[in-house]
Design a protein around this ligand. Structure first.
Ligand code: BES
Ligand code: MG
Ligand code: ZN
Length: 489
């Protein structure tokens, strides 16, 4: 999708779109039309009532420079959220695609929240993200015309907002597009190549492979990776645009390109969805791409441990005791609890190598997270209140929802092992999301850390709330959230 600005919304267009509040008899920001057209608009307004998500098209006469007007309901004023304009804009863009238009215009209403340009950001994010479709493997392309152009009304100091929103949306779309790839087309090596390609001339990119991983002490990544012929990779991207000696923010993302469960094999139903077990790592890649394009004046490091978790003659087994990068030992009781093993290595490495200001990790870590919070809210577990507060604020602004779960000593005790420093599972089904985080906490000595379990939100599942800008498949959850956090540092 392309973006253009115009001086007035009354310029030539195929489709002029405006937002309508419920029970409000006007289109926000609509310019004046002749009496006849105004009458038709008013009749349409009465019919659609501004109900949330409702779209109503009014064809105008052939000779008019504006061919159609589209009224888009945004619901009651008191129910408006930070997300309303985003998802209604997504619907508008999908309508324009359905009508096979070459361009459409949206009249940007005044900000409903006290942040300049927030509506324009939402219009761009919503329409761009809604137009993405995973059609790479379809002979008949069903996706959107890349030349479809959205025209937004020009106002002062808007161009920077447009540029930023475009980069943010592209970051999320990049995350979706690699997260959606099937496991035969996306191995740890493929992800390493994606990292290299986005780093070109912009970021430092290093890849650690076997046998170095084993030699350097990445016992978790090595153990989980050893069962697959697709070798594990530790991918590291560095964006150094902050002051020279400023400590970086480290972002870590779980990238299991396929999680069969290993020797503790998963049941067959919906196992295909475990191609999405790489979503945490894909989120970090999308964030790093955007961070470098935005040239944020910060130091940010992305660390992505990537493996394929397969059963086989070379696989690690229940009963194994392995040594993690932290130096601590772990008793393996279930090879399906693999995410915490590779993340533990990456977290310790991030802390030791970079002495960061903060570490944030993303992982489709536990099925228990879906039981606890469902498929629209991610779990947050942290050792630092201030950092959690900032993530919560960014969550409110981006409507990428999170909810904090506790992590005290009692939970740490639940992963104690008889034979090693810890075991890789808790006790039965109790607090599965928290005991997984307890395992991760052992990897970090002192750095403020937030863990985000995205098992429920990383891709659309049967109970996922429908949103125009998150069509079926990976959602790119976390990209907008963390870019908001980083931009405010
Ligand atoms: N990748 C899964 C978690 C998962 C499952 C995410 C379903 C999204 C949907 C993870 O590696 C896993 O298998 N976790 C186990 C842990 C258990 C063995 C302690 C789980 O959640 O069942
Ligand atoms: Mg697993
Ligand atoms: Zn997994």
């Amino acid at each position: 999708m392309k973006i253009k600005t115009a001086n007035s919304s009354k310029k030539k267009t195929n489709l002029l779109c405006g937002f309508v509040l419920e029970n409000d008899s006007k289109v926000l920001g609509l310019p004046k039309f002749d009496a006849k057209t105004t009458n038709v608009i008013n009749q349409s307004l009465k019919d659609m009532e501004g109900k949330l998500g409702k779209l109503s098209i009014i064809p105008l006469s052939e000779k008019k420079s504006i061919q159609r007007i589209l009224l888009a309901g945004i619901g009651k004023k008191e129910n408006l959220t930070n997300d309303t304009i985003r998802f209604v804009s997504g619907k508008i863009a999908q309508k324009a695609r359905e009508l096979k238009l070459k361009e459409f215009s949206i009249i940007s209403p005044p900000s409903f929240v006290n942040e300049p340009n927030s509506t324009i950001s939402q219009i761009i994010e919503g329409s761009k993200m809604a137009l993405y479709k995973f059609d790479k493997f379809k002979s008949e392309k069903t996706g959107s015309d890349p030349n479809l152009t959205i025209i937004v009304s020009k106002s002062t100091k808007i161009s920077k907002t447009i540029k930023t929103s475009e980069i943010v949306a592209n970051g999320a779309i990049f995350t979706k597009s690699i997260a959606n790839l099937p496991p035969n087309e996306c191995t740890p090596t493929t992800l390493a190549n994606f990292a290299r390609s986005i780093s070109k001339n912009k970021m430092k990119c290093s890849i650690i492979s076997e046998p170095e991983l084993k030699k350097k002490g990445f016992g978790g990544i090595s153990a989980v990776g050893q069962g697959s012929k697709n070798q594990p990779k530790l991918i590291i991207l560095e964006h150094n645009h902050g002051p020279r000696n400023e400590k970086p923010i480290v972002l870590v993302g779980k990238a299991v390109t396929f999680d069969t469960g290993g020797i503790s094999l998963k049941p067959g139903s919906a196992m295909d969805e475990m191609k999405f077990d790489k979503c945490g790592g894909c989120t970090v890649l999308g964030i790093m791409k955007a961070v470098s394009e935005l040239k944020l004046p910060l130091n940010v490091v992305g660390i992505i441990p990537s493996v394929e978790n397969m059963p086989g003659g070379e696989s690690y087994r229940p009963g194994d005791i392995i040594k993690l990068y932290s130096g601590k030992t772990a008793e393996i009781l279930n090879t399906d609890a693999e995410g915490r093993l590779i993340l533990s290595d990456a977290l310790s490495y991030g802390e030791k190598q970079y002495s960061p200001k903060a570490i944030i990790d993303f992982a489709t870590l536990t099925g228990a997270c879906i039981v606890a919070l469902g498929t629209n809210v991610a779990a947050v577990i942290s050792n630092d209140e201030k950092l959690t507060k900032k993530i919560n604020e960014s969550s409110k602004r981006t409507t990428e929802e999170v909810w904090e779960l506790p992590l005290n000593q009692d939970y740490m005790d639940m992963i104690k092992s008889e034979v090693a420093d810890m075991k890789n599972v808790g006790i039965g089904k109790a607090a599965g999301t928290i005991t997984a985080a307890a395992f991760l906490k052992n990897a970090i000595e002192k750095t403020p850390w937030v863990h985000i379990d995205i098992a429920g939100v990383a891709w659309t599942q049967s109970s996922t709330k429908e949103k125009s800008y998150n069509p079926k498949g990976a959602t790119g959850f976390g990209v907008r959230l963390i870019l908001d956090y980083l931009q405010r540092l």
